[in-house]
Design a protein around this ligand. Structure first.
Ligand SMILES: Nc1ncnc2c1ncn2[C@@H]1O[C@H](COP(=O)(O)OP(=O)(O)O)[C@@H](O)[C@H]1O
Ligand SMILES: [Mg+2]
Length: 375
């Protein structure tokens, strides 16, 4: 139990279309992350699944039953928000027990369930404390406990870690992944943070201005972004985009020219591209200190030394930002010329409309999990 189908779901506020015909199937037990910039419609979509917002059109189906007209309590879902929404005057025990009291479960049953959940979330020593005595991470665990205790078919999370500091967020990501493995429940998690999406999701749904930009496993999105939006959104530091011109196509791929240098990029060719402007994408971590099929010379304005890596930030002569993620020992200095190489096989290529040409990368051959082999 815990299958979800969204069928051409649409939402408008006062005639303004916030979500445009969203169709998506979520399997039982999947950890799905909706990711996208602020305002793209993530919370609205989640609230529609929960039944807190109505749909303008389309169907929401949970376990083969259309739930559009069902109130939230009858949908078998539980939602956790960014603000923990705990009752400050109640103990941790009573906060977690709250939904069970509403259901009028017998006292003994409530105790058994709350103690079970508290153990999973390592709150068993905190049950008699009030939320005010807990850290942010512990409070969010109480809110999660209150969701778990209801044994929902589907968990919905709306940016639950945004109020926590960076170290705690990293810790909670791990805990949520473990919790998912333990409960084997369907989880739908909303975030604007691509790192949360990459680290926790079975499949990521990238949303852009109310549309699904791409759905796929984290490494599918990393290696085969369908368009410029996903290419720029997934990965940190961001993919570099270089303006290039297509000078030829063949069975082997597409030849492009950048700053007087030519390179054959192994992507599925399209005839009509010759002579057209294109965008070449190269991730900062794929730039080479020596070698490569073409070179880029820049003067970095800022260098960040992270120990394990050194990051150089510069601009291309044409103005576009350019970033290189280099080994920690790389001898680079702000203000001094940096020359890096680009290997054709690492490149992504996008047409003038921002659509990616299919890369000749076989994810299965690279030993990467593909949940969606046709993608
Ligand atoms: N109740 C509402 N009335 C009018 N507009 C809304 C309402 N809720 C959300 N919106 C608009 O819908 C868009 C998507 O919002 P939201 O789903 O909250 O985005 P996200 O969670 O991705 O940041 C935004 O432009 C927002 O202003
Ligand atoms: Mg939101």
């Amino acid at each position: 139990m815990g299958q979800l189908q969204l069928k051409e779901v649409n939402k408008s506020f006062d005639g303004y279309e916030v979500l445009k015909s969203i169709s998506l199937g979520v399997d039982e037990g999947e950890f799905i992350v909706f990711v996208g910039p602020s305002g793209c419609g993530k919370s609205t979509l989640l609230r529609m699944i929960a039944g807190l917002d109505s749909t303008s059109s389309g169907d929401i189906v949970i376990d083969d039953i259309r739930v559009n007209d069902k109130p939230p309590v009858d949908r078998g879902i539980a939602m956790v928000f960014q603000s923990y929404a705990l009752y400050p005057h109640m103990t941790v025990f009573e906060n977690i027990a709250f939904p069970l009291r509403v259901e009028r479960l017998p006292e003994e049953k409530i105790r058994e369930k709350v103690e079970g959940v508290a153990k999973i979330l390592q709150l068993d020593k905190r049950l008699q404390q009030k939320p005010g005595m807990l850290s942010g991470g512990q409070r969010q665990r109480v809110a999660i406990g209150r969701a778990i205790v209801r044994e929902p078919k589907i968990f919905l999370f709306d940016e639950p870690l945004s109020n926590l500091d960076a170290a705690l967020r990293a810790e909670m990501r791990l805990e949520l992944s473990k919790l998912h493995a333990q409960l084997k429940a369907t989880m739908i998690y909303v975030t604007h943070d691509q790192i949360e999406a990459m680290t926790m999701a079975d499949r990521i749904v990238v949303l852009n201005a109310g549309d699904i930009a791409q759905v796929g496993a984290p490494l599918e999105l990393y290696h085969k972004p369908r368009n410029l939006f996903v290419a720029g959104f997934i990965g940190n530091p961001k993919m570099n985009f270089l303006p290039v011109v297509c000078t030829g196509t063949s069975d082997e791929g597409v030849t492009v020219e950048f700053a007087g240098q030519s390179m054959l990029v192994p992507v599925a060719p399209r005839q009509y591209l010759v002579g057209k402007a294109m965008t070449l994408g190269i991730r900062p971590e794929h730039l080479q200190l020596g070698g490569g099929n073409i070179n880029v010379s820049v003067i970095p304005a800022v260098i960040e030394h992270l120990g394990i890596n050194t990051i150089a930030y510069a601009n291309l002569p044409t103005g576009e930002p350019f970033c290189a993620l280099l080994p920690g020992s790389a001898p680079v200095q702000a203000g001094n010329e940096l020359k890096v190489g680009i290997k054709a096989e690492d490149c992504h290529l996008f047409d003038a409309d921002g659509w990616a040409l299919d890369r000749r990368v076989n994810l299965a051959e690279l030993g990467m999990p593909t949940l969606n082999p046709e993608a």
